[in-house]
Design a protein around this ligand. Structure first.
Ligand code: ATP
Ligand code: MG
Length: 551
């Protein structure tokens, strides 16, 4: 592999800068070319941010969204819909209409005819096994197909009849006539058209022959006037074929293909095929399961679009293969959420607290800031009364000094409320704590307690009368091993605790919460209401990410 500049300033942008400086191009045109055979994942986000990012940053630069739809058997309009939605959600806009390679089928056909006319392509009738045998191996040159020297007229006739549906699938194919002895296997008379009696999501039943990727992609790029065709490293050995096709047809535009390394992310699968298998095996609930590394899954989980863009920026673009730590994605998510999300309180594993010196009939409304550092986010009211819920993990009968929460006969501050002291508790038959009895000090409300006493611990709480019940889905990484793609049986690599569902309470004010809107539930993490399952009758919150240092 050739080593190119791997500095984070981005070798592709350097090439573009140079092409503008030398006057090779006056404007830059890129494209993002997904195949609509699955949902986009975090790896695609890298490619989207690269291609659309260039269009945003350079004057007179545009980026097309083009569906590379030459394989009707695996494709679907629902994928087309989802991909468009994901690109828009990430905050990008494509140039003009959405494009499809299938828009160009007629022109692609004409270019194939042109190749035949110029003796650069032929109809071959070898079957699949013979084709493999004739192709040779990496160490053994291939040999010419017996159909290679058939006349131009005969190939033209057969190709037209392939299109007309006269021949069975697999009985014929159109091949480029290049070099069966090339050390690059891709150049050994590659197939450029095959027969497929398949319904296409865009062209219906119009075609029964479909062009192959390598023939389609370069011509589609050239038709659209793409200047820089950016793709991942596995296409490096396709590049000579990309250039060969364009050099041998009458098209003026010659886009330059440039490869960069794929994003590999720790604990994460980045292959549509493997992600699709997780759905088929019921390991996850669908493409947008919040544990999926798909754009729609991460969105549903609560990752802000800005965090994916920031992540793409930080990982940079190079030719170096590497694996990025999951922690670096999560820290982008936290950084954005820390600043943007209002605070609220939620108790995920409740036990009751009774404030024995608080009037049975009394109800108060306390005020709390929505963000500790951003006054513009305003305040909210918190109902407070004699009975509350706190988290089970926040009370102990006895504990050492490191435990800065509620301990029997000790004090703790309730966030945005009073200091309380525990004086008794009850347990059930198994010894689990059921209630904690406390007293409160009415003088301790607000930021500067009048008595000036120092209480180190602060815990969160929810009023027991005035609240909302909620289901919390606490997500963790889906796989326990660094590179799940390498495991023989994917099920062995799964994290059994990737989803833990618990039931508790959130503040009364969160009844009509907007789906996907981020909150920091104090001391618990960042959460958002689930866009699919949460309703006012049954609130469901997804944990987007834990707080860095929980306690
Ligand atoms: P998959 O392996 O998941 O099926 P793909 O490469 O086949 O992915 P396409 O729909 O063909 O998916 O990809 C559209 C674009 O996204 C291509 O230009 C491809 O190079 C890029 N892309 C796909 N996966 C990654 C990744 N992990 N990192 C960076 N770019 C990627
Ligand atoms: Mg692909």
């Amino acid at each position: 592999m050739t080593q190119v500049d791997t500095s984070p300033s981005n070798f592709i942008r350097n090439i573009i800068d140079n092409d503008l400086k030398t006057g090779k191009h006056q404007m830059i045109q890129t494209r993002f070319p997904p195949e609509p055979n699955g949902y986009l994942h975090i790896g695609h986000a890298k490619s989207i941010c690269l291609n659309f990012g260039i269009a945003e940053d350079y004057p007179n630069a545009l980026c097309n969204l083009r569906f590379d739809d030459t394989n009707p058997l695996k494709e679907d309009v629902d994928y087309v819909r989802a991909i468009k939605e994901d690109v828009l959600w990430l905050g990008f806009k494509w140039n003009g209409n959405v494009r499809y390679s299938s828009d160009y089928f007629e022109r692609l056909y004409a270019y194939a005819v042109e190749l035949i006319e110029n003796g650069k392509a032929y109809v071959c009738e070898l079957d699949a096994e013979q084709t493999r045998e004739y192709r040779g191996t990496l160490t053994k040159p291939g040999k010419n197909s017996p159909f290679r020297e058939r006349s131009v007229a005969q190939s033209l006739d057969l190709f037209a009849r392939m299109r007309a549906g006269e021949f069975a699938e697999g009985s014929m194919m159109l091949r480029a006539k290049i070099d069966m002895t090339s050390p690059n296997m891709k150049m050994r008379d590659p197939v450029i058209y095959r027969i497929r009696f398949a319904h296409h999501h865009q062209t219906g039943d119009k075609w029964c022959i479909y062009p192959m990727y390598d023939f389609t992609h370069c011509i589609s790029d050239a038709i659209e006037g793409i200047t820089h065709s950016l793709c991942t490293l596995e296409f490096e050995d396709h590049r000579p074929l990309y250039d060969w096709v364009l050099a041998n047809i009458s098209i003026e535009c010659k886009p330059r293909q440039i490869e960069f390394s794929r994003l590999n992310l720790q604990y994460t699968l980045t292959s549509k095929r493997k992600l699709s298998a997780l759905i088929d095996e019921n390991i996850v609930t669908g493409w947008n399961d919040p544990r999926m590394p798909t754009i729609s899954g991460m969105r549903r989980r609560g990752y802000p679009a800005a965090s994916l863009r920031e992540f793409s920026k930080r990982i940079g673009i190079t030719k170096q293969e590497n694996t990025v730590e999951l922690a670096s994605l999560e820290s982008c998510v936290r950084e954005i959420l820390e600043e943007k999300s209002p605070r609220a309180m939620a108790v995920l594993d409740p036990i009751k607290v009774i404030i024995t010196n608080y009037d049975v009939d009394k109800n108060e409304t306390l005020m709390a800031p929505n963000h500790p550092k951003d006054e513009s986010m305003g305040t909210r009211s918190l109902p407070f009364s004699r009975e509350l819920y706190i988290d089970r993990a926040d009370f102990k009968e006895s504990a050492n000094k490191k435990y800065k929460r509620l301990v029997l006969d000790k004090e703790v501050r309730l966030r945005n409320a009073y200091v309380i002291r525990a004086h008794d508790f009850t347990t059930d038959a198994e010894g689990n704590i059921t209630q904690v009895m406390c007293t409160y000090d009415a003088q301790t409300l607000g930021k500067n307690p009048l008595d000036g006493r120092k209480v180190k611990g602060v815990i969160h709480w929810i009023d027991a009368k005035n609240n909302n019940k909620a289901e919390f889905r606490v997500y963790d990484r889906l796989f326990l091993i660094d590179n799940p793609a390498s495991s023989e049986n994917i099920k062995d690599a799964l994290n059994p605790d990737s989803l833990v569902t618990v039931h508790g309470f959130v503040e009364a004010g969160l009844l009509h919460v907007e789906a996907e809107k981020a909150y920091q539930f104090e001391r618990e993490g960042y959460f958002c209401a689930d866009s699919k399952d949460s309703t006012a009758e049954h609130l469901v919150f997804n944990r987007t990410v834990a707080l860095r240092a929980a306690f």
